[in-house]
Ligand binder design. Structure first.
Ligand code: UGC
Ligand code: NI
Length: 172
């Protein structure tokens, strides 16, 4: 039996078991700095509170992925969450799964952002590393450093096919 998983639009409800969506949409804001700025506050948490781990900010410049894309491994960061905030209004893909020591491939999902969203991956959320569609997509990445133990599991290559830069993950 072949199950086709199609990319879903990224929404807070659909993504909440994996993490949080970084967006202004539907969020409360306040005017700060004597009216010179609008603050969308507490959009997501930063979960990096294991001893010795500190939160850090990186900038990533991603290469456009070659499609069709082999989803042949998943990784997770057990000691800190990982947050990707695009610096340009371009969509990117997020392949995620639940699971403990092993990813639970029955929970594998793929989300496509709308170009104005980022993602906060809960600590322990299995994911494929950043999937850029266009070349040189830039991201602010909030990570934890210290016990940077991120586990990687090579999974049987989940077959996929691609049309117009859409990815359909097909699982037998
Ligand atoms: N390796 C690294 O810094 N990034 C990955 O963890 C990723 O999820 O892209
Ligand atoms: Ni990662």
């Amino acid at each position: 039996m072949r199950i086709e998983i199609k990319p879903k639009p990224l929404t807070r409800e659909a993504f909440k078991k994996f993490g949080e969506v970084i967006e202004k949409e539907g969020r409360e804001s306040m005017i700060i700095n004597r009216g010179s700025a609008e603050k969308f506050y507490e959009v997501c948490n930063m979960d990096a509170n294991e001893k010795g781990v500190k939160s850090i900010l990186h900038i990533y410049i991603g290469k456009g992925r070659e499609f069709p894309l082999h989803i042949n491994m998943l990784e997770k960061h057990p000691y800190f969450s990982q947050t990707f905030v695009p610096r340009s209004k371009e969509p990117f893909y997020c392949v995620v799964a639940l699971g403990g020591r092993e990813p639970d491939l029955s929970t594998l999902e793929i989300f496509k952002t709308n170009g104005d969203q980022g993602v906060h991956l809960n600590r322990g959320t299995w994911h494929f590393p950043l999937i850029c569609i266009e070349d040189k997509q830039e991201f602010i990445v909030l990570d934890g450093v210290g016990i940077n133990l991120d586990e990687k599991k090579v999974i049987e290559c989940v077959e996929y096919n691609m049309q117009d830069k859409e990815i359909f993950l097909i699982k037998d």
